[in-house]
Design a protein around this ligand. Sequence first.
Ligand code: ZN
Ligand code: ZN
Length: 345
Amino acid sequence: MKALVLQQYNKLEYQDVPDPRPGPGDVLIQVQACGICGSDVHGMDGSSGRRIPPVIMGHEASGVIVEMGREVSGWHTGDRVTFDSTIYCGRCYFCQRGATNLCDNRRVLGVSCGEYRQDGAFADYVVVPQHILYRLPDDLSFEQATMVEALSIALHAVGRTPITLNDTALVVGSGMIGLLIIQALRVAGCGRILAVDLDQSRLALARTLGADEVLNSQSDDVLKRVRQCTSERGADATFEVVGMTPTLSLATECVRKGGTLTLVGNLTPRTEFMHQSVVTRELTLYGSCGSRGEYPACLDMIARGKIQVAPMISAIAPVSEGASWFDRLYRREPGLMKVILTPAS
Ligand SMILES: [Zn+2]
Ligand SMILES: [Zn+2]
């Protein structure tokens, strides 16, 4: 088959590779669409240590089952499916408690990190175990389905956070996950949602997708504005969707006493933490990592139009042209958000 292979750091090649073969509990999927994730773009230069070449990246995918291992049941060839980005074991302490995102033996598709290499879906075919499959609703396109992973991260973060009807929420960082969190907060019944970013085009999108107020942290006094909106109390819930000290500080400052701070962004391993502010104001912190079990709800919400994903899709292009799209994303071309690769025609 053909695949987009990371041959060396920063060097992607569309080339022939051996066909993958499904094991007894696996299915072989003909890939119809696969989104380029930020972690692929940041990882391909070696900086994350999680894309050690050679590897086929890609974990936000959808396709059609074309072959099944002998132990697979309940699925048929021709089924339209998507799958979890993470292969969890189902047997460890965490999996048995339902915390599959915290699995001790988790393998992420399209990741190669020293402990394992699990080829992903920037290819004609990909093999995945049956237990991570999800059926696509009939009216959901393969391209829309690639957005389910990102949405599941947003839904998980909102689900971790206690939200009361009519709460005020602040979202710091309005990239793709932030924009999906804003939409999920709207569904969750927030009364007022404020979005923060440095990029005006993202803020414009945030407003379209449900933010009541958008604030540019470079030119607006975010803390002052949040206080004005909340009788000087601060936001009930804030979401940090960047992962750096300045944005974490801002998110912390803007929470009301007794409020919650949910950490989703993961850009840097260490940040400076406002210890006293958290202690003396009794804030509750939630870390949120990936998702567990949110896929069916996400697929349903996209299919019913309760969550919009189309505004975040910047381009759909053949996987044979993947290298140049990776390059454009790596160079942070303005206005590019999600790029989806489809089979070469
Ligand atoms: Zn991803
Ligand atoms: Zn496990």
